[in-house]
Ligand binder design. Structure first.
Ligand code: ATP
Ligand code: MG
Length: 279
């Protein structure tokens, strides 16, 4: 075993999105390592510049927005209506999700004042729309939203304070078809995102009903649920339903093989995955 990269070198290589193979390199002498570092850094900076040029001249929008569009297009083709709802929600609607003082998510909520906060999830707004659309439209009601959600997180490579959630829902699914429908929703999202070989983990709970997590490489990409659910009556909903939420930055992280969600998220230090402190 020889020397590996210094902590500072390793940090820089990760910023520049070096491959795992590069990160795991070993060297017999530190002088060889340092020379290799210069060479690799130079190459990665050039790759970043090429990617930025491509963005400027051809793509014209970052992968996160591209993915948002691909997902939305797929779901609209499947008959789902895209909706857009407020990012500022009321304390009352959070409480209807039973997110009150003793809930784990409660401490993660960004409060604006005593009555309002930034939404940590899309579900309260979608429940609200369901109730009206249920009166106005024939079932099944198929709606989805893609939008920013906010949670106080102690960072880490998979968590952002503001991330992009996709929530697909269908109200009025027949009881027997719920699992199949959820599976279809997962397949549509994964196809649109270009992700293969994901795993579905189903758990049954008396209180929450069945939940389905979508996993890949031990990372949670999405979480689904179905009704009848104990929350439904608070929202005036009495029909069976299915719904699932995905984090778009996590989908991208898995597809692009980046080291963290920060590099492809809303950012001022990265643009479309490229660290901007390069020359
Ligand atoms: P985790 O256990 O990984 O913190 P969660 O179970 O709290 O996630 P959900 O409430 O199930 O998250 O949200 C649905 C999806 O939104 C998650 O599967 C994940 O892809 C994404 N997500 C949740 N929190 C974050 C975050 N802070 N940053 C980025 N993506 C997130
Ligand atoms: Mg989850």
């Amino acid at each position: 075993m020889g020397d590996s990269w210094t902590t500072i070198q390793l940090q820089r290589l990760k910023e520049l999105n070096a491959s795992q193979e590069i990160l795991e390199m070993n060297f017999t002498e530190s002088i060889i390592r340092d020379r290799m570092f210069q060479k690799v850094e130079h190459q990665l900076v050039n790759q970043g510049k090429t990617k930025l040029n491509l963005l400027r001249l051809e793509k014209r929008r970052p992968a996160l927005l591209e993915l948002e569009n691909q997902l939305a297009e797929t779901l609209r083709k499947e008959g789902f209506v895209q909706v857009i709802t407020p990012t500022i929600i009321s304390k009352v609607s959070l409480a209807k999700m039973t997110i009150s003082d003793d809930h784990p998510l409660f401490n993660q909520v960004f409060w604006l004042d005593e009555k309002r906060c930034l939404r940590p999830m899309l579900a309260p707004n979608l429940y609200t729309l369901w109730k009206d659309l249920n009166r106005l439209w024939k079932k099944p009601i198929r709606i989805f939203e893609i939008g920013t959600c906010y949670r106080k997180e102690s960072q880490g490579s998979q968590h952002l304070n503001e991330f992009t959630m996709l929530n697909v829902t269908e109200l009025g699914t027949s009881l027997e078809q719920r699992h199949q429908r959820l599976k279809e929703m997962v397949d549509w999202a994964m196809n649109a995102a270009g992700i293969e070989n994901y795993e579905l983990i189903t758990e049954s709970s008396v209180v929450y009903g069945d939940t389905v997590d979508v996993m890949k490489d031990e990372i949670e990409l999405g979480s689904g649920a179905m009704g009848p659910h104990f929350l439904d009556e608070k929202w005036g909903i009495f029909e069976p339903w299915v719904g699932i939420g995905f984090g778009l930055e996590r989908l991208l992280m898995i597809r692009e093989g980046t080291h963290n969600v920060q590099s492809i998220a809303r950012s001022l230090t990265y643009l479309d995955g490229v660290r901007l402190n390069i020359k």
